[in-house]
Design a protein around this ligand. Structure first.
Ligand code: NAD
Length: 318
């Protein structure tokens, strides 16, 4: 198996799960937003290989491959706004290069797409038949449109080259191995609460999000990989809450009494997000099992251990 972006948050969990399932894993990463430490514990395993590779550049892999999973892309707004051209390249050239690899090897292909293809959605909850409401020239378009282009590329390789493909539309996912400073709401809230600093909520906090714990997501991804489904299939947790409720929940789990303050909302920030996961239920017999309360407790504990190890380490993870 090749996992492109395997040293990132989601990629590192997928590598771990595939190894636990008995697969050999080749992890490709250019470490732009990921970290070798995310997979450091795997490097001693003979079934695991870590290669520094920018998948937006042409590359090849020796030997047979069962599957190629394309997770290589900056994914948090802070990252993709800092790396706009790299993000467009990962979604376009990176998708072409990984699809070419799957085509050459006769391997199954899985694209990590995103709920951001729905943009600021005009229907709620979002189902796979909805084509989205994306601003093609706004600052976020480098991510949203790159993923939409990536989906189009996957379908073109499927239709014209017969590649066995799957598209997962991943909704907000959280858990251990996120970076404390990646700018996404959950690690930001946890970092602030654990440091006894005010929690900063964007806008009024009335916008909604639905957050999925990483182990549930990985289970859905593995089921999609093992199925014959092309997708796209939504994978996420439909337990919807406002961003303010999320901040309050994190504060309660961290057991601190910090203030919640309000900061400017990013441009084109979606108003609402909730996956319709009936297709994943039908095709994959999948639904998430971990509530936000339980998943956040685990995540807070993980961050707590790392923050306890000193600011130098947090800077490296951050
Ligand atoms: P992440 O930033 O932690 O992981 C991305 C990984 O890809 C990093 O290790 C980075 O170094 C690597 N990478 C980036 N560009 C690369 C390139 N050109 N060549 C090789 N490696 C490259 O982010 P994540 O949250 O783990 O997201 C992983 C994938 O899942 C992304 O494609 C993202 O769009 C998708 N996704 C994530 C979420 C989520 O909630 N976490 C939601 C929707 C979609």
């Amino acid at each position: 198996m090749v996992v492109a972006g395997g040293a990132g948050f989601l990629g590192s969990h997928i590598c771990r799960r595939l190894l636990a399932d008995g697969c050999e894993v080749i992890c490709l990463d250019n470490f732009s937003t990921g970290n070798e430490e995310n997979v450091a514990d795997l490097s001693a395993l003979p079934e695991f290989t870590l290669l520094r590779q920018d998948v937006s550049e042409p590359f090849d892999i020796d030997g047979d491959l069962h599957a190629v999973l394309h997770f290589a892309s900056p994914a948090s707004p802070v990252d993709y706004l800092q790396l706009p051209l790299e993000t467009l390249r990962s979604g376009s050239l990176g998708t072409f290069n990984t699809l070419e690899l799957a085509h050459r090897k006769g391997a199954r292909y899985l694209l990590a797409s995103t709920s951001e293809v729905y943009g600021d959605p005009l229907i709620h909850p979002q189902h796979e038949g909805y084509w989205g409401n994306v601003n093609p020239i706004g600052p976020r378009s480098v991510y949203d449109e790159a993923k939409r282009f990536a989906e189009a590329s996957v379908m073109a390789y499927h239709r014209t080259r017969g590649v066995d493909t799957a598209i997962a539309r991943i909704f907000n996912t959280y858990g251990p191995h996120m970076r404390a400073h990646d700018g996404r709401a959950i690690p930001t809230f946890i970092r602030q609460a654990l440091a006894n600093e005010p929690i900063t909520v964007a806008g009024t906090g009335a916008q909604s999000r639905s957050v999925c714990y990483v182990s549930d997501l990985v289970e859905g991804l593995v089921r999609l990989l093992d199925s014959g489904s092309t997708g796209p299939v939504n994978l996420g947790n439909p337990q919807e809450m406002t961003v303010l409720e999320l901040a309050e929940l994190v504060r309660q789990i961290c057991g601190c009494d910090v203030e919640i303050t309000f900061v400017a909302r990013p441009e084109d920030d979606p108003e609402q997000r909730r996956p319709d996961i009936s297709l994943a239920g039908e095709l994959l017999d999948w639904a998430p099992e971990i509530s936000a309360e339980v998943g956040l407790k685990d995540t807070v504990a993980w961050f707590g251990e790392r923050l306890g190890q000193g600011s130098e380490r947090i800077e490296r993870f951050g």
